[in-house]
Write a protein that binds this ligand. Structure first.
Ligand code: CMX
Ligand code: CO
Length: 145
């Protein structure tokens, strides 16, 4: 079951500048930042609200760390903007299997490591009406089980 919007992923050329825009314009502060070498991104998570299912909602600001990363490729083609949406679930494996059985391409055979130790996978945008869609199980909900 999908229980919330975990985050909206926003691709940018300059993470520090984009963080400053969200701070100055809306007052959002960086809750967490990290580099995910596997995904080829430097990222900042801006927390928008807390929910009761072990996760929360965030904006995920993404700057590519290398030219051959998916985000660098996307930025070169589209410029800055909304890159993907992510739904939260307590069971990323179960939701991925369910969605796969409905004919939607799930990009990874097994979930990989995402922000803050979460487990993530992606659905192909061409099977989702042009929307790159991520599924996330927050690390915190795992710990609580
Ligand atoms: N949203 C919507 N459509 C997208 C897209 C996106 N973010 N990225 C690519 N596409 C579309 C392209 O426009 C292209 O469409 P056309 O053929 O009509 O031109 C098609 O998908 C293929 O795109 P591509 O540029 O050739 O890119 P690839 O096929 O090499 O990669 C994808 C696309 C989805 C497989 C790849 O981006 C991917 O593996 N994404 C998942 C990982 C990821 O995005 N990581 C960064 C975020 C990390 C995080 O959230 O933690
Ligand atoms: Co994401």
């Amino acid at each position: 079951m999908l229980t919330r919007i975990d985050h909206i992923g926003i691709a940018c050329f300059d993470l520090d500048k984009t963080v400053e825009f969200y701070r100055a314009t809306y007052g959002f502060e960086v809750f967490h930042s990290e580099v995910n070498e596997e995904q080829g991104v430097r990222e900042a998570m801006l927390k928008i609200n807390d929910t009761g299912d072990g996760g929360a909602s965030y904006l995920q600001l993404l700057e590519p760390t290398r030219e051959d990363s998916t985000v660098a490729k996307w930025l070169a083609k589209n410029g800055e903007g909304v890159h993907h949406i992510a739904f939260g679930t307590a069971d990323v494996d179960g939701v991925a299997a369910d969605v796969r059985s409905k004919g939607v391409r799930v990009l990874y055979p097994e979930p990989r490591v995402g922000s803050m130790g979460s487990r993530i996978t992606f659905l192909h945008p061409k099977d989702c009406g042009g929307v790159l869609t991520e599924l996330v199980t927050a690390a915190k909900s795992d710990e609580e089980h």
